[in-house]
Design a protein around this ligand. Sequence first.
Ligand code: FAQ
Length: 307
Amino acid sequence: MNDKLFQERIDAEKKIEPKDWMPEDYRKHLIRQISQHAHSEVIGMQPEGNWISRAPSLRAKMILLAKVQDEAGHGLYLYSACETLGISREELVKQLHDGKAKYSSIFNYPTLSWADMGAIGWLVDGAAIVNQVSLQRTSYGPYARGMVKICKEESFHQRQGYEIMAEMAKGTPEQKAMAQDALNRFWWPSIMMFGPQDSDSPRTGNAMKWKIKRQFNDELRQNFIDQTVGQAEVIELIIPDKDLKWNQQREHYDFGEMDWVEFWSVVNGNGPCNKQRLDHHKKAHDEGEWVRNAAKAYAKKQELVAN
Ligand code: FAQ
C-alpha cells in the first residue's frame, strides 16, 4: 500500500480499519480529532454535573443524571476508537493535562441557572448532532461506528434540553426570562462549536481529502442555524442575533458575525472556565488513581489464575 492506493480506497468510500496501512499524517490527524472529541465529551460532563444536585424534581434529576452518564460513555467509545490508532489512554489524558490537546470551547462557559441545562441540551447537543451525523460517514471505521451510537443518544439529549426550555418558556414571566437569558448566553458559544470559518481552518484541507470530515465548518454551522430558528419560534424565544433573517434567494438564514476574538481566546485557554475545568479534571484523575491501580491488579490476578 502507498499514498496513491490509500487515496483511491478513500475515494471509493471504503472504510479504513485499524490494521490497514495508512499514511502517518492520516493517523496523527485522526488521533488529534478523535481525542479532542473524547476530551470534549468528558469535560462536557462538568457544566451539567454542576446541576445534578439542584435539579427541580426527581424526574429532572434522573434524566440529567442519565444524560451526564451517557456523555461519559461517549468519551469511552471515543477513547477506545482512538486507542486503535496505537496511542494509549494515559498518553491521551496527559496531552489534555499538558494543554497539547484541546476540547470544545463550549464547555468553558459557566452554567448559572437551571435553564442552562435546557440551553445545553437543546443547543449544544443540537450542534453536536449536526456535526456528528456528518461524521457517521467519516472514513475511519471505528470512529464512524462510534458516531452511529452516539448520535442516537444525543437525539434524546437534545429533546430533554428542548423540553426544559419549552416548559420554562411557557411558565411564569420569571421562568421565561431565565430561559431567554440562557439562550442569550449559549447561542453564540454554540455557533462557535463548528470551528473557524473555512477560509481560516487549517485542518479542513486534509480532513476533506481523507474524508475524515464530510462537510465544511461553515456548511454545518448554517445547517444548525437553519434548523434551530424554527424551534425557537415555536417556544416564543428570541435568538440574540439582530442580523438573523431568512434569505429567499439562498434558501438559508443570513446571520451576524461571530466574535472571533472571543472564539480564539477561549480555544487558546483563556475562556471564563478553562482553568477551572482542567483543574477539576486533573484532581478527579489523581483521586481516581487507586481505582485504576486496583483494576490493573485485578486484571493481572485474573491472568495469573488463567495461566
Ligand atoms: N473548540 O482547522 P480547524 C459535544 C481548533 S461534542 C475548541 O477548523 P478541525 C457532546 C481545532 O481543534 C463537541 N477548539 O480544525 C456533548 C484546531 O486546533 P488544533 C465536540 C476548536 O479539527 C454535549 C484549530 O482550532 N465535537 O458537545 C474549536 O478541522 C453536551 C483550527 O480549527 C467534536 O469534537 C472549538 N469549537 O475542525 C457533551 C466533533 N473549533 O487541533 C457534553 C469532532 C476549532 O489544530 C454535553 N471534531 N478548534 O490544535 C470536529 O468536527 C472538528 O475537530 C472541529 C474543528 C469542527 C471541532
